[in-house]
Design a protein around this ligand. Structure first.
Ligand code: SF4
Ligand SMILES: [Zn+2]
Ligand SMILES: [Zn+2]
Length: 313
C-alpha cells in the first residue's frame, strides 16, 4: 500500500476515495477536508469566536485540534453528564488535551447546574438515558455559547454520525428532522435576541475510522471506551447497519449523505409552520408554541420540572 501523494509506505487507506496515505499526507488530507468543509458551507471566518463541544472522545478532540492548528479562535466546552467513571475519564481526557495544547476549556456539570445526572434523569423521567442526555446537551451547549459570547457552536459529528441520523430519519420518515439535517444550522432569533447560536459540523466529510486515525497519529489521548448507557441508543444500531453496507460497497455513506444534501434536502422545509418559536416562560430559550393561549414552556424546562418534581416526592 503506497501513499497517493509521495508513493512512500502508507499507514492509512480510505477505500471510498480509492486512496492511501503516509502519516504526514494523511494528516494533510484530514485538515484539508475540514478546511474544505468550512469553506464549502461558509461555516465561519477567523473573526468568529468558536465554542467546541468536547466529550473527551476522538471526534470532538480531533475537530478542536484541527481548528486550533488552522488558526481559529476555538475554546472547548465540556459538560459533565455524571455517568460514573466514564464521565470522570472523559473529563480528564478533555482537561489533559486542553493543558497540553494550551487551549481554553470551559467545564460545567449537569449536577451542579440542574441538580441531576443523566442516569438520575433517566430514572426520574422513566425515559431512555440518551433522550434526556441529548436534550440536556443541546440545551447546555447553546446556553454556554450564549452566556459566554460565542458566535458559533462546533460539534464533532462525523460522516458516520450524519449518515446514521439520516438513515433513522428516512426509516421513520421524520420529515421535520430531514429538513433540519444539515452541516450548518443557522442562528435563530426569538423575541429580537439570538436564542439559538449557529451550529456547525466541520467533520461531515470524514468517517469515524479517519478521526480515530487522526487522533492516534497526532498523539491525542482520547477516551476509547463507549458510554455505558449506549445500549438503548438506536443511532448506534443504524451505524452498525450502514457500516455493513459500506463494507461491501465503499462510498455508500458518502453517496447517501452528500446525495441527500445536494439533491433531496431542499424538498423539505427547515421550518415547521404548525408552530411559532417564542421565548420559554421558564428560561427564555426558544419554545414551540402550538396554541397561542397556552403558556410557552421549552422541552428542557418541561423535562427538568418533571424530574425535579419527582425527586422531591
Ligand atoms: S450514549 Fe446516550 S447517555 Fe451516553 S453520552 Fe451518548 S447520548 Fe448520552
Ligand atoms: Zn505521502
Ligand atoms: Zn425553558
Amino acid at each position: 500500500m503506497k501513499c497517493k501523494v509521495c508513493k512512500g509506505p502508507a499507514v492509512m487507506d480510505i477505500r471510498r476515495h480509492n486512496a492511501a496515505f503516509c502519516k504526514p499526507h494523511f494528516l494533510d488530507h484530514f485538515r484539508n477536508q475540514v478546511a474544505r468543509t468550512i469553506k464549502e458551507f461558509s461555516m465561519f471566518t477567523s473573526d468568529d469566536r468558536l465554542l467546541v463541544a468536547v466529550s473527551g472522545g476522538k471526534d470532538s478532540l480531533a475537530v478542536w485540534d484541527v481548528l486550533i492548528d488552522l488558526g481559529y479562535d476555538a475554546t472547548g466546552f465540556y459538560l459533565d453528564l455524571g455517568i460514573g467513571g466514564y464521565s470522570t475519564r472523559s473529563k480528564e481526557a478533555a482537561i489533559a488535551y486542553a493543558d497540553a495544547k494550551g487551549a481554553k476549556l470551559i467545564v460545567r456539570s449537569l449536577a451542579e447546574e440542574h441538580g441531576y445526572t443523566v442516569p438520575e434523569l433517566a430514572k426520574l423521567t422513566r425515559r431512555v438515558p440518551c433522550s434526556g442526555c441529548g436534550l440536556n446537551k443541546r440545551y447546555e451547549f447553546n446556553r454556554a455559547a450564549l452566556e459566554e459570547g460565542f458566535d458559533i457552536l462546533v460539534t464533532g459529528h462525523n460522516l458516520d454520525d450524519e449518515v446514521a441520523t439520516l438513515f433513522g430519519n428516512v426509516l421513520h420518515w421524520n420529515v421535520d428532522m430531514l429538513g433540519r439535517q444539515a452541516p450548518v444550522l443557522e442562528e435563530k432569533v426569538v423575541g429580537g435576541a439570538t436564542a439559538l447560536v449557529r451550529k456547525v459540523k466541520p467533520l461531515v466529510r470524514l468517517a469515524e475510522r479517519e478521526t480515530a486515525a487522526y487522533a492516534l497519529l497526532t498523539g491525542i489521548d482520547y477516551v476509547i471506551e463507549e458510554c455505558p448507557m449506549v445500549e438503548g441508543n438506536t443511532q448506534h444500531r443504524y451505524k452498525e447497519a450502514v457500516a455493513l453496507l459500506e463494507e461491501s460497497s465503499p462510498g455508500t455513506k458518502n453517496h447517501m449523505y452528500f446525495g441527500f444534501l445536494n439533491r433531496v434536502r431542499h424538498r423539505f422545509g427547515d421550518e415547521d409552520e404548525n408552530f411559532e418559536l417564542v421565548p420559554c416562560a421558564g428560561c427564555g430559550a426558544p419554545a414551540a408554541r402550538w396554541d397561542a393561549a397556552a403558556e410557552p414552556v421549552c422541552s428542557f424546562c418541561k423535562t427538568k420540572r418533571l424530574a425535579l418534581g419527582r425527586k422531591q416526592q
